[in-house]
Design a binder for this molecule. Sequence first.
Ligand SMILES: CC(C)(COP(=O)(O)OP(=O)(O)OC[C@H]1O[C@@H](n2cnc3c(N)ncnc32)[C@H](O)[C@@H]1OP(=O)(O)O)[C@@H](O)C(=O)NCCC(=O)NCCSC(=O)CCCC(=O)O
Ligand SMILES: Cc1cc2nc3c(=O)[nH]c(=O)nc-3n(C[C@H](O)[C@H](O)[C@H](O)COP(=O)(O)OP(=O)(O)OC[C@H]3O[C@@H](n4cnc5c(N)ncnc54)[C@H](O)[C@@H]3O)c2cc1C
Length: 677
Amino acid sequence: MKIKMLAGKTIEINVDLVKERAKCNFNIREVTHILDGGEKNTIQRKKIEDISLNDGQSRDVIPEEYLSPKERYENAVKKSCIYARIIKTELMNMTGLETLGFNSPVFRRIADAYFKEVTPLLAHFGMFVPTIMGQCTPEQLAHWLPRALNFEIVGTYVQTELGHGTFIRGLETTATYDPQTEEFVLHSPTLSSYKWWAGGLGKTVNYCVVVAQLYTKGVCHGVHTFIVQIRDEETHMPLPGIRVGDIGPKMGYNTGDNGFLVFNHHRIPRENMMMKNAQVLKDGTYVKVARHEKLTYGTMVYVRVMLVNEMAFNLAKAVTIAVRYSAVRRQSQPKPNQPEPQVLDYLTQQHKLFICIATAHALQFTSDWLYKTFTSVLADIRDDKIDTLPELHALSSCLKAICTSDCAAFIEICRFACGGHGYMASSNLSMIYSYVSATRTYEGDYTVLLLQTARFLVKAWEQVEKRRPVTSTISYLSHAFDKLKKPWDGSNEGIIRAFQRVAAGKISACINCIRYHQKSGKDFEDAWQLTTIQLVAAAEAHCRAVIYDTYYNETIRLTASSSPNVKSVMEQLCTLYLLYWSLERTGDLLRFTSLSEKDIFDLQQRYEKMLAVIRPNAVGLVDAFDIRDEILNSTLGAYDGRVYERLMEEALKSPLNAEPVNSSFHKHLKPFMQGKL
Ligand SMILES: CC(C)(COP(=O)(O)OP(=O)(O)OC[C@H]1O[C@@H](n2cnc3c(N)ncnc32)[C@H](O)[C@@H]1OP(=O)(O)O)[C@@H](O)C(=O)NCCC(=O)NCCSC(=O)CCCC(=O)O
Ligand SMILES: Cc1cc2nc3c(=O)[nH]c(=O)nc-3n(C[C@H](O)[C@H](O)[C@H](O)COP(=O)(O)OP(=O)(O)OC[C@H]3O[C@@H](n4cnc5c(N)ncnc54)[C@H](O)[C@@H]3O)c2cc1C
């Protein structure tokens, strides 16, 4: 079927997708505006996408998969320079964009059109620049920030070592102050102290932020951050005292040249210690400036906050691919003499996919809310108020853990939903998955971060016990002291309250368990360790309760002035989300609320009805994510649904198809088959 597009181009669109779009009963643009945070943002995003993508510079002539590791890296560097030049010269100065900064989610979006995996400059944008902004004094900022923003220097964040990633206090790299020369001496004393993992470190960057144990006047003051030049600015050769290289192939991130770094008594000027939170004076005196010692961990909090947004976007990409493909794909014959249905018509397929659409919305709204919380805590810190930091740390830790973990699980389900073709690299689902899978580990492992939140919750519980006031995200804890279980209420508000009760019940059970072990003679640390399985589950329950509450309230708020059909489809998704998790967690609800078997039956009925209600709008809902084909990069997910044509076009690009007979036939296979080998 031929369709005239607005831009004047005529493109062919799969007939099933045309029908799906005709069925959609809501205004797609309106939903796009809500997801973008307003019409103004959508207009600006589209403008940025046009500037960055319309000339086709982002596209590869030869698909990345066919390049050698070295060629792949070199291609990524070449494109990084184009991408960074566009940001620097054309985008950063655009009206209204100054405030967005390097890490605007819009820039991240267009990066996906340039890089199937990641740009070697990812850590420059995502960690090096933010650390300079967060950890430097005004004088240091004036020196380093313009250089980094202009890409006169490119950097990364070097914290993790071969021996330690999670336990930052256990890092072994030393930075010892020498008052004679007013320098720090950086050294890697053991194999386990070798820096490992930093993105772009292998070959790309010439500077980095290094996290090391600070020694001055013979005393260790714990980990601090330093700006270290590692390569010559002209020749790019490693400086004396520096051994640096690439760590080799990984499950993903293969264009990211993650690297290792070894110091041999490498000297840097005293001024290169990032001195906003602590200082070493010329004579070696150590001066603590910040009121909270964990402010050095600020970049990690920032990245965890940004990752929630990143997850919403990646899931939106995966589910756009899977829903469009499911509308095009026809399979099986449930009724004799009937045409094969679109796989999207199978209830089980809807069960796989609609929760992914709802989750992308839930994560988007939660991420916007978390970002606002983050900026307000930053403002508090600027005013020397640090009492809101622990809650931000607890929230950003658990949200990072749950969002990355859910997102990875749902992306894998999107792949399952695409059957065999989902396994093709050209579907892009494998690439999206390997990217997202790493996010569950980096920037704080899943379990470790949930235990950080649990630590906060246990302390909060003690406050509630003493009838002291607590912050809003944990005010529900007081319900755990209600003796009577309220009758089951299956409304959205009722489900949210039920899950808050689950979270409170789980935290209460952890407290009982810790106290039980303490009473039987264990010290607190051992009692804590013996409770960690339950503590992780309690932190997860808390996090989910926060997401449910935020998603529900933000949906109401953001659709308050929407057209009726937009309002209902957004509310339907939110209800679907709450019903899905109620059915996933019936065990918890049976344990902590008055849910009955009959209520579970009702929940199931309502859930299945909701799938049917959402079905006609499914393609419209993924169209509303408004992800350009260049960014989706998928044979299965393109807007036009020309799935089989694209699969064939991509297959023909395989170098194996360049010749009718491969030389290995004559060299190996033929002699073997003829018994001559
Ligand atoms: C696990 C912890 C949190 C433990 O730290 P610790 O120093 O041993 O602390 P503790 O004694 O257990 O706790 C002491 C206290 O410190 C608090 N705290 C811990 N972290 C923060 C924070 N960020 N903000 C504010 N407060 C923080 C904790 O809540 C504790 O508070 P409390 O004593 O309970 O009042 C920490 O070491 C950590 O964050 N580990 C994870 C390492 C990590 O995230 N590495 C990231 C490397 S960079 C990367 O992966 C790049 C990815 C690629 C890319 O984005 O491009
Ligand atoms: C793709 C990628 C990019 C990265 N980029 C960077 C970078 O740019 N800069 C940088 O500095 N680092 C980077 N990292 C490193 C990353 O931050 C760490 O790998 C991550 O924080 C996990 O730490 P770890 O490797 O020490 O895991 P470990 O802590 O060794 O984890 C191993 C297992 O032990 C468990 N565990 C550990 N401690 C505890 C505990 N206290 N209680 C219970 N269980 C525990 C964990 O849950 C996990 O299952 C990157 C990693 C990856 C994969």
